[in-house]
Ligand binder design. Sequence first.
Ligand SMILES: NC(=O)c1ccc[n+]([C@@H]2O[C@H](COP(=O)([O-])OP(=O)(O)OC[C@H]3O[C@@H](n4cnc5c(N)ncnc54)[C@H](O)[C@@H]3O)[C@@H](O)[C@H]2O)c1
Length: 390
Amino acid sequence: MINGELKIDSPIRWAMVGGGRGSQIGYIHRSAALRDNSFQLVAGVFDIDPARGRDFGVGLQVDPQRCYADYQTLFDAEASRPDGIQAVSIATPNGTHFAICKAALEAGLHVVCEKPLCFTVAEAEELRALAEEKGRLVGVTYGYAGHQLIRQARAMIANGELGEIRIVNMQFAHGFHSEAVEEANPSAKWRVDPRFAGPSYVLGDLGTHPLYLCEVMLPELKIRRLMCSRQSFVKSRAPLEDNAYVVMEYEGGAIGTLWASAVNAGSMHGQKIRVVGSKASLEWWDEQPNQLRYEVQGRPAQVLERGMDYLHPDALEDDRIGGGHPEGLFEAWSNLYYRFALAMEAMDKGDRTMARTLGIPDIDAGCEGVRWVENCVRSAALGAAWIDYA
Ligand SMILES: NC(=O)c1ccc[n+]([C@@H]2O[C@H](COP(=O)([O-])OP(=O)(O)OC[C@H]3O[C@@H](n4cnc5c(N)ncnc54)[C@H](O)[C@@H]3O)[C@@H](O)[C@H]2O)c1
């Protein structure tokens, strides 16, 4: 159970790049990192506009001297302080992640980076090598991966409760961009511009989320080949897609599908994963995150509720309030962040294995998301051809 007691020796001195006033994702980073006292927000470059960023930082109680104009100045100035930052979170548009993450690692910092980690596998591998050389953590915020019922699903699958895994259906298909909202919304605008978003829109922005949930639940499942078809229903978004289907064949014979869409009109979030085995299936939906459906062939379906004693110990470890009260995205992120802190502290003490033991989305998860997008884009460019997963 989590009750706010510090799980590391002392809070990690932490900064943010991006996540400023009006940003979509900045607040949840702060809420998650600060909730259990594992991190202390002491510096930042919160905005592309330095004056607005400083003003915002001051509002967050950050010392104005430590609200910097750009990320390189942040890293240089903090390195010269005895109480300088130990970690940084990057919550800027996709096109900046690679350069900022690289500079942070070169400055010897632990990093939490938004997804997609970067644009190409070559860049991702460069970051992986640098993180390894420096012995630093790179965490990637696939937020719902920290939800207790995702851990429950992983434990049940590992226990063989579904039998042999045959099918995985994944989707993240919302309807918020059914029209060209980007014309009036800066947060949507960069997402449909390849210079800032990278080689894909919904595949990277949305599809990588359930892809990672699948990696958590089924760590042994490896893609053998895939095919991807992508569309730009709002024509001005081309060459980037606002809808995509991916079919994946896994080693060992299982098959998976992933639907990523921003034009699923009427849908709120629509992030779901259904894992079908030879005996039973599990289904989880982010709009009802406290319930996990367990359907055994020939028996009435069961709804497993978060926080109940019948769950696996792994799923109860992060309970904060007990069953019956909802815990959702904010708690899931907090669970990731306190584990990021545990992993950072362990690495500082020379233990590089902790990150893997904790099962957090780290540099490997970041690299895999980029690799998957690259493969999907390659297949789509060949006319939705089946391609070997490279
Ligand atoms: N993990 C998730 O669930 C999730 C959800 C939404 C967004 N994201 C990711 O988070 C990132 C940010 O998305 P968003 O929707 O918050 O974007 P946004 O456009 O709403 O906000 C971006 C913020 O970054 C600042 N910024 C831009 N360039 C900067 C720079 N060079 N230095 C400092 N600040 C800079 C902007 O001023 C703004 O405050 C993206 O990579 C996106 O894919 C992840």
